[in-house]
Design a protein around this ligand. Sequence first.
Ligand SMILES: Nc1ncnc2c1ncn2[C@@H]1O[C@H](COP(=O)(O)OP(=O)(O)O)[C@@H](O)[C@H]1O
Ligand SMILES: [Mg+2]
Length: 303
Amino acid sequence: MKPLEINALSKRYGERLALDSLSFTVPPGEIFGFVGSNGAGKTTTMRIAVGVLEADEGEVRYGGEPVDVHSSARFGYMPEERGLYPKMTVAKHLVYLAQLHGLSAKDAREAMTSWTERLHLAERRDSTIDALSLGNRQRVQLAAALVHDPDVLILDEPFSGLDPLAVQDMAQVIKQKAAEGAPVLFSSHQLDLVEQLCDRVAVIRHGRLAACGSLDGLRSAEPARIFLQVDGARNDWPERCAAVAGFERHDNGLLIELAAGHDENDLLRAAMEQGVVRRLAWQRPTLTDMFRNLIDPAEGSVR
Ligand SMILES: Nc1ncnc2c1ncn2[C@@H]1O[C@H](COP(=O)(O)OP(=O)(O)O)[C@@H](O)[C@H]1O
Ligand SMILES: [Mg+2]
C-alpha cells in the first residue's frame, strides 16, 4: 500500500478562496483525522482527492504518482451528501456499485453479502433505502465505499448522525482498513472520536493548514494544566495566587495553568492555605483544548 499526498492544493469558488495551497500526507496504514469548522475546506479537499472536483492548482498523488481515473477507482469514498437511490434495495445498490467499480456479477454479490454482514445490514438487504433509519443508511453508505475493497479510504463526516452502536461498527471498519495498510482520511466534528481513532490529525482553517502532526506531538506544544479541587476556599483566591497564570472553573474544581517559575508544590502550598485540597492532578490537554485556538467558530459556510 502507498501514501496519499495532498500537494499544494488551491481551489476558488468565484471570489472565495476555499483552499489555499494545502498540503499533507497520509502514509499507508495510518488513520488521519481532518478537523476544522464548517466551511474550512475539508469537503473540497476530499472531493478533489477522489477526483470528483478539479483543483485550480496543486495535485493529489498516490504512491508518488498523480491520481488519475485508474488509481482513483481504487479509492473508497463516503461523500458528505449521501447519494443513495431511495427506491433501490440495499442489496441491489451495493451490487450495482461494486460492478461499477469493475467487479464481476459474482464477486459483486459476494462483496455485498460480506459487507452487509459485517455492518449488521444482513436483515435489511431487501429493504429499499428510503425505508431505512438514518443510522442504517449511513451503514449502507459505508458499505458502498468498501464493496470494491479499496486501497485508500476517504470518509467525509462518516460519524455524523450515527447512534453509538453504528459509531462502534464504523470505527472497527476504519481500524481494520488501516491495519490492512490503507491510508484512511476522515473528517469529523467529533473530536473525542478523532482523538480515539487517529494517529495524526490536520487542522484546516480558511483553506490552510493550521496544524498537523501526531496527537502526542500537538499535545506537547500545549501547556499542561493541573486539575485542582479545594474545598472551603474563597472564590477569588486563584486570581491572587502567584503560582496561577490562568484558570478555568469546572464543575467541581479548577483547571489551572501554572505561572512561569512555579511548580505544583507552590500551587499545593498556596491551595492548602486556602482550604482542604481534595485533588491535584496533571491533566493531558484534550483535542478540544488544543484546537480551541485553531478552529474558528465564526468561519461559517456561506454557500
Ligand atoms: N459548490 C460550491 N460553490 C461555491 N462555494 C462553495 C462550494 N462548495 C464549497 N464552497 C465554499 O468553499 C468553502 C469550503 O467549503 P467546504 O469544503 O464544504 O468546507 P467544510 O467541508 O470544511 O465544511 C466554504 O466557504 C464554502 O462555502
Ligand atoms: Mg464538509
